[in-house]
Design a protein around this ligand. Sequence first.
Ligand code: ADP
Ligand code: MG
Length: 696
Amino acid sequence: MRPAALDPLFAPLTSLDGIGPKTVRPFARLLGRETPRVVDLLFHMPSGFVDRRARPTIAEAREGEDVTLEVRVDGHQAPPPGSRAPHRTFVSDATGDMVVVHFKADSARMAHMLPEGATRWLCGRIERYDGLRQMVHPDRVLDAAGLARLPPVEQVYPLVEGLHAGHLRRALASALGRVPDLAEWLPSVSPGSALPSFREALERLHRPQTPADAQPTGMPWRRLALDELLAHQVSLALARARDIKAGGRETSGDGRIAARLRAALPFALTGAQEQALAAIAADLAAPTRMLRLMQGDVGSGKTVVALLAAAVALEAGRQAAIMAPTEILARQHLETIAPLAQAAGIEVVLLTGREKGRARADILAGLAEGRTGLVVGTHALIQDDVAFRDLALAVVDEQHRFGVEQRLALARKGAAVDMLVMTATPIPRTLVLTLFGDMEASELREKPPGRQEIDTRAVPLDRLDEVVEAVGRAMAAGARAYWICPLVEETDTSDLAAATERFEALKARFGERVDLVHGRMSGTAKDAAMARFAAGECQLLVATTVVEVGVNVPEATIMVIEHAERFGLAQLHQLRGRVGRGDKPSTCLLLYRAPLGETAKARLAILRESQDGFRIAEEDLRLRGEGDVLGTRQSGMPGFRVARLDVHSADMETARRLAATLVRQDPGLATPVADRLRTLLYLHERDAAMRLLGAG
Ligand code: ADP
Ligand code: MG
């Protein structure tokens, strides 16, 4: 149970003054939750800040710099009625003069806000236009009383359409009023230490008095990041303590199944695949438990390595399971594996939420009795009634889609199960330790031979017609194409409507050769659409991001991504990786809505330049959090809201060591100190780790 002290933080955002069922909607989009809570807002981190303390004269103010100017209002020039010209206000100080420009402004209101002859303070940026200094739409126009209330430093937050900065600030102020004083869980924090308390950290971060307090490198942000990293590390350490307690077993094979599988492969393994496989085989043969991460870009050939690893377990007379996050993916793995398995004379079965009744009972019996050696499936694999005779190896694909608890639930299906987790989101080496704890890692950096570069282009949405024509021409020549529409969450009905609308339009144009898949469709309907696309009966597959990971249709050569600016870099790279899998040249068109923000521009540029997932992941980290989030949670490095992996690397190491010490001293989290740690775990929603304690 969550400690009651945290209740105010987990109350819905609508419990704050001024936020009702309607006004909460843009917050829901901003925070990526259907029902956002106070804590989600408090952990919505700023993307930059403005230092309001700079008070130059007009002559001293440099272009493009944020300044607060003290000026005298000299006069107004209202635009003639019906004109689109802006309202101009002339202001000056002893050193020079300047024009204040307001477009679509009510001139009477302007005269009231900037009375002639009065002194006013203007916050904003100066630019030059026609040789004159001007300030377009000042952030603030203040009188003396307003100036007295002006915060010295103002945070700037990522916003979404329909949410104004002022609205967000008011909500934040009200949220800060709800933050309770919590008993300190960080041993290093005491009165007078450099790190502030949790409550003080939030207060100083969101209402900074100095630039130092406003930045990710400052103490308030670092304190909050350390909390988040510590919560993560403690949950990992608890999981690991369990793993170690369980001990390991030696599993080695005689190579006979592997040899038959290799003979059935239409290609030779790459050097990187051989290396990864050798490392896994060595882990399996060792008397300790394996916990290995295999990372490899999309299309780098992880599935085959997983299959050959499974062969070792089978040769030893034991069993292996491969768990994927979605049904589509599980099915895809089965399709890759089944023909090879058949050639090698081994049985493989599929277990997803859709196997029911008699069929499911048969599968479960086969696994329980050990007749079936290899199973591929989804979360269905970790249901209570699934049992193995002797599970040796658990492979978890796209592991970041699963929680620690789910990974462990699969491991619990056997005695001392060896674990291989795979990810197609390449994670810079420095971060593996942080994200996964003490985990070994193998990388498949080398791509299978014969892969083509993907011609990647960014195209503004207003050239949609041309794109449709080009896709049409390619389809006439037999090409197969994906058309991706953004869907942040499967519950976001407006996005879903947009995808359906695009599908209808394309269908009107191309007829029956167009299909649609999205996450709200039934499994059967999804499969049918995917199967038609794989078979070439459908040539244009309109899809929401359900196709993001792992889908393999080598004949597909065109990827159109609509609203590419709404996706994170890692996600775009994943999506693009759906094409360029065969021997034909492929194209990826990134359709964006102009104008692009700086970060979005940089993101698309990197994609055009590079196809190296590792480089892209690093750039992604660098760009993350630097501005326009555009309503979409950045994907890639999941699970961290506060900690910035590029800034807080030293804190990561601190958190890791701290967690190891805490868990070693008190593995049951039984002492009073542990009570506070529990609060922290709940605060950062790592409470799955709690249940591990119970499951001891
Ligand atoms: P990943 O899961 O890493 O994205 P897959 O395992 O789905 O990649 O492999 C992508 C494709 O490459 C599959 O069609 C697979 O059969 C093929 N493939 C794997 N290894 C090799 C190799 N060494 N040489 C050629 N093709 C390969
Ligand atoms: Mg894969």
